[in-house]
Design a binder for this molecule. Structure first.
Ligand code: MLT
Length: 212
């Protein structure tokens, strides 16, 4: 897989101890959407941000297809997840990043492919901040596959897209692989809020509590 197979932005970090961030945008976004959030979350980190290569309707970019709201083809999701994992492998080699340290910061569809990466290709990531994720592949991570990896799942209490039972179900699927998962609801819809940013900052610094 060539590193050019996904249009992307790479911004080098200024401190090699700061975990590099893999930024994964939501439906209709692009590789520039989360650059500012990434910089805010970890100013010293390298930022790697691919553009989703699946186009929905009038050209809204995503990382895998959606048959209807919340309805997916598991085979297609699996194939797209492996393609992105192969690209991460090529990109981390090219830019000199350690995939075991790489933390995804994904929003909506980007959070969902971060979850399927952890479920299907655990060596691609060290973990991540998943903003508004849902269960896309109802498949537990393989036992032991996520040892040493950590994930923060942030969902909204009034999100019309993500059913309320999905975040705890996704947390359980990741915990099946022994990931350290923090799952929290905040008073929000399917949009990013300052509370998401502060919760992610706290979690990245090693804490797990959320400020409301
Ligand atoms: C998805 O399709 O991944 C989810 O419905 C989130 C979204 O993109 O709106």
């Amino acid at each position: 897989m060539s590193v050019d197979s996904y249009v992307h932005v790479f911004e080098p970090g200024t401190d090699s101890n700061a975990a590099p961030l893999l930024l994964l945008h939501g439906t209709g976004g692009n590789e520039r959407d989360l650059l500012r959030v990434g910089r805010t979350l970890s100013p010293e980190s390298a930022l790697l941000s691919p553009r989703g290569n699946v186009s929905e309707g009038g050209g809204a970019l995503r990382f895998f297809k959606r048959l209807a709201e919340g309805v997916f083809d598991p085979a297609e999701v699996t194939q797209r997840t492996h393609a992105l994992a192969d690209w991460i492998d090529a990109a981390t080699k090219k830019y000199g990043l350690d995939p075991a340290q790489l933390l995804a910061v994904g929003f909506s569809n980007g959070a969902n492919i971060a979850a399927t990466l952890l479920q299907l290709r655990p060596a691609s990531l060290g973990g991540g901040v998943l903003l508004r994720p849902m269960v896309v592949l109802d498949q537990p991570a393989a036992p032991g596959s996520l040892v040493g990896k950590r994930a923060l799942l942030l969902n909204g209490t009034v999100d019309p897209i993500v059913p309320l039972d999905h975040p705890p179900r996704l947390a359980a699927l990741l915990r099946s692989g022994s990931a350290a998962v923090t799952q929290q609801f905040i008073a929000a819809s399917h949009n990013l809020t300052p509370t998401d940013v502060s919760a992610a900052q706290t979690w990245l610094r090693g804490g797990s509590t959320i400020s409301r």
